[in-house]
Design a protein around this ligand. Structure first.
Ligand code: KG4
Ligand code: ZN
Length: 380
């Protein structure tokens, strides 16, 4: 019975998972309302909100599961990557709990958590065979990574075969929405209004990288042959949108839209549509189509290179409808089974942290009370 704690960015979450597969409760306190007026996450405010929310969110998770602290077997916590201050609140809280309750502490990498969000839900659907090689695309506000995932004994091992060289895909969604006066977080808004525009109207291009090989890397004690990399880049498209806005004199309309939308508590699709002209709707739809096209194309190329059988697409951007449709179409065409988390489990939550902790519990991978937050923690 593992209690998971997540506080790496702007959601405070606690969840309880039994045996790595049975979700007993999952509680998420979102900070959207706190950061919304600033158009992005303010790190100091995030830490303060986590401090306020950690205890009530944990109590709610226990109450929903009908458990007491004494019935827990371990405390798992995200120790990176993420905002240093935000991570520190969760890590300090989890350490205090583990110490006071005399329960083992398990450190979980946030990116690994996103991968286990899919695995947890797949296990809930029933016993299925996960066919290897498995590739995971973790695509969110802070990450755009491709990992080959391997199960050796009880433990998962990961090899990064691609990452963004600059902005994450979700960051590009958020920054573009902010630039166009649409609000925060931008991903879900762009997803909702893209259906009103022409995805072919504006053409965007992406940086191309040579698939640099990793030379003679050592893996599992043996030298692996050269592995091709599949990197991403999403800062260019943000600048291209800015140029388009400048060239077409769109700033006055953007400012008018920003003020108008701020007056509406929860804008509907129709509210967004009525405050956007055709040119803006076409720009938004074209932006989304371009990012989705690039993400799928590079990921499918990696699937082909590595003979991938199973693709896991996860992280906040995996909630995007166009991205799901596109992968659902391309995957089967290439003989790849594609799995997504439910939309709720795509974005940050603690169920994925408790689920990822299970294999560490099985292999006795516990953290000491000297555990600290690591803002740039890598996944291996
Ligand atoms: O996984 P997550 O909650 O936090 C990080 O680990 O970063 O992901 C949040 C990101 C934000 O950038 C948000 O705009 C994006 O996921 N996102 C979406 C959608 N829902 C959330 N992007 C595109 N379409 C969506 N439907
Ligand atoms: Zn995340």
């Amino acid at each position: 019975m593992v209690l998971g704690i997540e506080s790496s960015c702007d959601e405070t979450a606690a969840a309880i998972v039994r045996g790595g597969e049975e979700l007993l409760s999952s509680v998420v306190a979102s900070q959207i309302a706190t950061h919304s007026p600033y158009g992005g996450v303010v790190p100091e405010l995030a830490s303060r909100e986590h401090l306020r929310n950690l205890v009530p969110v944990t109590r709610a998770a226990l109450a929903k599961a009908g458990l007491s602290y004494a019935e827990l077997d371990a405390i798992a916590v995200t120790n990176g990557p993420g905002l240093a201050g935000a991570l520190l609140t969760g890590v300090s809280f989890a350490k205090s709990l583990a110490w006071a309750l005399e329960k083992p502490l398990i450190a979980v990498n946030h990116i690994e958590g996103h991968i286990h969000a899919v695995l947890l839900e797949e296990r809930q659907k029933g016993p299925g065979v996960l066919e290897f090689p498995v590739l995971a695309l973790v695509v969110s506000g802070g990450h755009t990574h491709l990992f080959l995932a391997e199960l050796r004994g009880d433990g998962w091992h990961y090899e990064n075969v691609g990452h963004t060289r600059d902005d994450a895909a979700g960051e590009a969604f958020d920054k573009t929405a902010k630039l166009l006066g649409l609000g925060y977080p931008g991903g879900p808004i762009i997803d909702r209004i893209s259906k009103f525009g022409d995805p072919q109207a504006v053409k965007f291009t992406f940086a191309q990288f040579k698939h640099e090989a990793r030379h003679g890397s050592k893996r599992a004690g043996r030298i692996e042959p050269d592995h091709k990399r599949f990197d991403f880049s999403y800062s260019g498209i943000k600048t291209a949108v800015l140029r388009y806005v400048e060239t077409n004199g769109m700033f006055p309309a953007i400012e008018a839209r920003r003020s108008a939308l701020l007056q509406i508590a929860a804008p509907t699709d129709e509210d967004y549509k009525s405050h956007c002209d055709r040119q803006t709707l076409d720009l938004v739809a074209s932006f989304q189509a371009a990012v989705v096209g690039d993400l799928t194309q590079r990921t499918m190329a990696a699937c082909e290179e590595y003979g991938v059988q199973t693709l896991l697409v996860t992280g906040g951007v995996a909630a995007n409808s166009a991205l799901r449709t596109r992968f659902e179409r391309c995957g089967p065409r290439s003989g790849v089974r594609v799995h997504f988390p439910s939309r709720l489990m795509s974005t940050d939550n603690a169920a994925m942290i408790a689920a990822a902790a299970y294999s560490k519990w099985m292999s006795g991978e516990f953290a000491g009370l000297e555990l600290s937050a690591q803002a740039n923690l890598e996944l291996r």
